[in-house]
Design a protein around this ligand. Structure first.
Ligand code: ADP
Ligand code: TRP
Length: 323
């Protein structure tokens, strides 16, 4: 086994990836590919808890892989795989479920939040944290970079690792450390709320130029006149521009906001251009990725991940008496 720390994270293919996902999850994950042995996977089984459209699920699943690679994930460094290509994860999830107290799952707020948003209250959605724990423990992850909303799921994972070790008097599992991405910006969507697939307010990472530009032009602003000085606080345009433009360009836009004399259309156009400048190389890489490249990368990932997963499950079977 390698002495490098294992870094693992999953991204759900539950919709088209957006700028919030990029700055909040993908860009940090891409930075960490150099800091250890990285396992990144497309959490397709998890997405099935909210998405019941087979064509869309298959498309988004492929898109997450393509988007990640286009954005700089290096398949020579990272084991990138589809969760459903290593179905043995369910064996571990089941075994974890048998030591998982109901109360632990009942306390998870993500379940309640999702049900409140209209996602079906299914066993899969309820048991989601046990599957997530299996994802993490299967690959012996040391570090798990996730957004704040996933913190509780990491606590469940650690609890289940301890429970397994205690119940079967073994040291089967080490305790993974969450790496909570506290200081990644909360990227606002076109309506000023947190950008999210569930709020229909996203700026997708990729897609055709024309409709994409239209979305940038739809960013909600106040009703200041062209000549007015514009408030710089809580401005969605400025928050996004800060992420996409250079410091000088950002300072210039702040100055122009304050000075008055320019309309929001001008600022939106500058934002659009900054987006295009930032993502042009990634768009080009994405367009150049063939299905064959993608299949090859995911297949390599599947082979490597399966090897690790099988080793773990063999040890777990031994420990619990499934021999
Ligand atoms: P969504 O809310 O669009 O469904 P997910 O919950 O699938 O997004 O989030 C996947 C990852 O992207 C998580 O790590 C999350 O923290 C990050 N993320 C999502 N939206 C944003 C945002 N608006 N700003 C920063 N990070 C975000
Ligand atoms: N639940 C995570 C999310 O919604 C995705 C996920 C599934 C995950 N399994 C994981 C993240 C394992 C990290 C580790 O964002």
């Amino acid at each position: 086994m390698s002495s490098q720390q294992r870094i693992l994270t999953g991204l759900q293919p539950s919709g088209a990836l957006h700028l919030g996902n990029y700055f909040g999850a993908m860009q940090p994950a891409i930075e960490w590919q150099d800091k250890g042995e990285a396992y990144y996977f497309i959490a397709s089984y998890h997405a099935l808890t909210s998405l019941k459209d087979p064509v869309a699920l298959a498309q988004y699943t492929r898109d997450v892989a393509a988007d990640f690679i286009a954005c700089g994930l290096d398949p020579n460094k990272v084991t990138l795989f589809n969760q459903h290509d290593v179905p043995i994860v369910h064996e571990l999830a089941w075994i974890l479920s048998t030591v998982c107290p109901m109360g632990l799952l009942e306390r998870c707020h993500s379940y309640k939040d999702k049900v409140a948003k209209g996602i079906g209250a299914t066993h899969g959605l309820f048991a989601y944290p046990a599957l997530m724990a299996a994802d993490i423990l299967l690959y012996g992850a040391d570090l798990v970079p996730v957004g704040k909303d996933q913190k509780q799921h990491l606590e469940v994972t650690r609890d289940l690792a301890v429970k397994m070790n205690e119940t079967f008097q073994s040291d089967l599992f080490k305790l993974p450390e969450p790496m909570i991405l506290e200081n990644t910006a909360v990227v606002p969507g076109i309506d000023g709320q947190k950008m999210s697939k569930s709020y229909q307010n996203t700026l997708p990472l990729f897609g055709e130029e024309k409709p994409l530009r239209k979305l940038f032009m739809k960013i909600i602003t106040d009703s200041c006149e062209v000549e007015d000085s514009k408030p710089t606080e809580n401005s969605t345009i400025l928050a996004l521009f800060r992420l996409l433009a250079s410091e000088n360009e950002y300072d210039q836009m702040v100055a122009d906001f304050k000075a008055g004399g320019l309309g929001y259309g001008n600022f939106k156009q500058r934002l659009w251009e900054a987006y295009m400048d930032t993502f042009a190389p990634m768009r080009e890489r994405r367009a150049g990725l063939t299905n064959q490249d993608l299949d090859e990368i995911l297949n390599q990932g599947k082979i490597k991940a399966t090897r690790v997963a099988q080793e773990t499950v063999t040890q777990v079977r031994q420990a619990v008496g499934l021999i």
